[in-house]
Design a protein around this ligand. Structure first.
Ligand code: NHX
Ligand code: ZN
Length: 605
């Protein structure tokens, strides 16, 4: 990687300032002496001045205050300082000296102000350096004179080691970007039929899903220079700096065309105008306007420069950015699905010594909602866990521990629980698990159940989808609600009492019931959407009906769960007691304990 601009390191401290001031004062001193010398003025004492006047040597004098400049009859110049002496005027007129009087000049006063001004400038310059150094912003741009230079990092084609083969998952995004690469490689092919080459591509997706990697891979595939910068790098305290940086960046990119500019976090500059709070957004607006101008500009000036920008907040972007000729293509980079997760895990696993028993497909199944970066972290964390134990290889168990830690937090080892506490937790979790086991066709298979406290949770029931779910049926949603209510129902059934811990279970159950009524048209209120956020308002009367319907779904299903658990009390006791004994049970152990048919995985398409 080659830095576009050599950044002068910020050296020196207050010592530099003192030295600079001394040098300036010294220069001023020498300069005044020098001018006196060149003017060839001799300085007289007052008494010798009087003597020369009385001797008739003096042709003329000019008196300003107490300062006297004069010329002798032999045309030599002199100067002196006089005391207030009225008889001087008599001597001057007696000897025919041509005398003039001026108002006291401010020469010294002015040069003092000048020096002060210089010093202030110096201090200001020094302070700005300090602020910029402290602001840091990724190395900072050392001094005032390079602020208008873009801070983009330039990667030359030879140093770009990634191409699409290194990007796992994100198949749709890759497909869209393939077009862009072809444009960069064969612009003529498209211009031939009058197609306009795209100028900007907006990558939209949550952080950690590979937007930067994708952009870089485009440059790698197209074999062209790659300028990388973050939106926030444009913004400075000083109005106009951001715009200058944009100008500089595009100038550099055009010089290296065909090339790719990658602007990460474009929302930092691209937020719709007039949205900043208080001052300071003038600078951002100027920067944004410059960006728009540049993007329009290079359409005419030729040379393929393609701008790829990334954001996870497309909603806040200024509409002007998305107009044709600007970022007119939006490519979504979503959280990876099951198959993508497995591919991503395989890429990261290349650097890690994995036990041959590690089943990455299984890991992928258990990591719904993980981003690509999360998956990388997961394997790294597993490797750290294995290294701590001085193992030769990273096992499935290490990955499982790393997953629990990522999802819930650290295991809580100092928690002192009474046997009664543990018993409540065991029955609560057994309740969740048993409901899932009793509704096998509607539930994702169980993965493990534990009463080892972790990150604030006293116990957890884990399940694992077998495949990517695209449809979700009403029965499956009801089964999810029932499973969520199973914990509390078991507590109530066994102890005839309740605890506060089920709050998050109820929250997820209520959310599902709410969506069934208000979004999915799955209740007696009919195939209607009730959602003020989607501008689908409803009356207060309907609101009461909605509440009633949600409550009905939850209470009737709670009763069903209580019924199921009552009928299967033997299994509930078996499972809870085994949990108290072993603390963690994997699905296979539970199937064996309860004499259930193990779930056979669906064949993955
Ligand atoms: C408390 N914690 O806050 C105690 C310490 C009912 C057996 N007084 O439903 O642990 O009550 O099935 C992720 C991370 C709930 C999810 C932290 C859910 C913390 C969890 C509060 C089991 N398992 N409740 C559950 C639980 C609690 C809580 C969390 C979480 C309990 C219940 C926590
Ligand atoms: Zn629970």
């Amino acid at each position: 990687m080659k830095k576009l601009k050599q950044k002068s390191p910020i050296q020196g401290g207050p010592r530099n300032l003192v030295v600079a001031v001394l040098v300036i004062v010294g220069c001023l001193f020498v300069l005044t002496k020098l001018t006196d010398y060149t003017r060839q003025v001799q300085t007289l004492s007052y008494s010798s001045f009087l003597k020369r006047v009385n001797a008739g040597d003096v042709k003329s004098v000019h008196i300003t205050g107490q300062h006297v400049e004069g010329i002798f009859k032999n045309n030599e110049r002199f100067e002196t300082v006089i005391v207030n002496n009225p008889s001087l005027w008599e001597s001057l007129s007696q000897h025919n000296v041509d005398a003039s009087v001026g108002t006291p000049s401010n020469v010294w006063y002015l040069s003092f102000i000048g020096a002060l001004f210089l010093m202030l400038l110096l201090i200001a310059w020094y302070t700005i350096r300090q602020i910029k150094a402290a602001g840091g912003s990724g190395g900072g741009s050392g001094n005032l004179f390079s602020m208008g230079k873009s801070k983009a990092k330039l990667f030359m084609p030879s140093s770009i080691k990634v191409n699409f083969e290194h990007v796992a998952g994100a198949a749709e995004a890759k497909e869209e970007l393939h077009d862009v690469i072809d444009f960069l490689k064969n612009p003529a092919k498209y211009q031939r039929l009058g197609a306009k080459i795209p100028r900007g591509i907006l990558l939209v997706g949550e952080p950690g899903n590979g937007k930067t990697l994708l952009a870089k891979a485009v440059a790698g595939e197209a074999n062209c220079p790659f300028f990388s910068i973050s939106g926030s790098d444009f913004i400075e305290v000083f109005v106009g700096v951001g715009a200058a940086r944009v100008r500089d960046l595009f100038a550099q990119a055009r010089k290296n065309a065909p090339s790719i500019i990658f602007i990460d976090e474009i929302d930092a500059v691209g937020r719709h105008r007039g949205s900043g709070l208080g001052g300071g957004h003038d600078e951002r607006e100027q920067t944004l306007n410059q960006l728009l101008t540049e993007m329009d500009g290079f359409q005419t000036t030729g040379g393929s420069v393609i701008v790829i920008a990334a954001t996870n907040r497309p909603d806040v972007l200024d509409k002007a950015l998305l107009r044709p000729g600007r970022f007119d293509r939006t490519v979504f980079v979503p959280f990876p699905d099951l198959i993508s997760r497995e591919q991503i895990l395989q890429v990261h696993a290349k650097d890690i010594k994995l036990d041959p028993n590690v089943d990455l497909q299984r890991v992928a199944r258990g990591t719904t909602g993980f981003s690509g970066a999360d998956l990388g972290n997961l394997l790294n964390e597993a490797a750290i866990i294995a290294s701590k134990k001085n193992q030769e290889l990273v096992t499935m168990h290490d990955i499982d521990l790393a997953r629990d830690k990522a999802m819930l937090g650290k295991e809580n080892k100092t928690m002192r629980q009474t046997p009664e506490d543990l018993k409540i937790t065991a029955f609560h979790e057994a309740g969740h698990a048993l409901i899932r086991l009793l509704k096998p066709n509607e539930s994702d298979p169980l993965y493990k159940v534990t009463i080892v406290p972790r990150g604030g949770a006293l116990g957890v029931t884990h399940w694992m989808p077998e495949r990517e779910k695209y449809h979700q049926t009403k029965d499956e949603l009801i089964a999810l609600i029932m499973a969520a209510l199973g914990g509390r129902a078991a507590e109530e059934l066994v102890f005839n009492n309740m605890t506060t811990g089920a709050a998050s279970d109820f929250q997820s159950a209520t959310k599902i019931a709410h969506a069934m009524v208000c979004d999915y048209g799955m209740s007696d209120l009919g195939p209607v959407v009730y959602n003020p956020n989607k501008k689908l308002e409803f009356s207060a009367k309907t609101g009461a009906l909605i509440d009633e319907e949600i409550r009905r779904i939850l209470t009737t299903n709670y009763e069903k769960v209580m019924d199921l658990l009552r009928k299967n009390r033997d299994k509930l006791d078996l499972l809870a007691n085994k949990l108290l004994e072993k603390e963690t049970l994997y699905a296979s152990e539970i199937y064996e304990l309860l004499g259930l048919e193990p779930r056979i995985s669906h064949q993955l398409a």
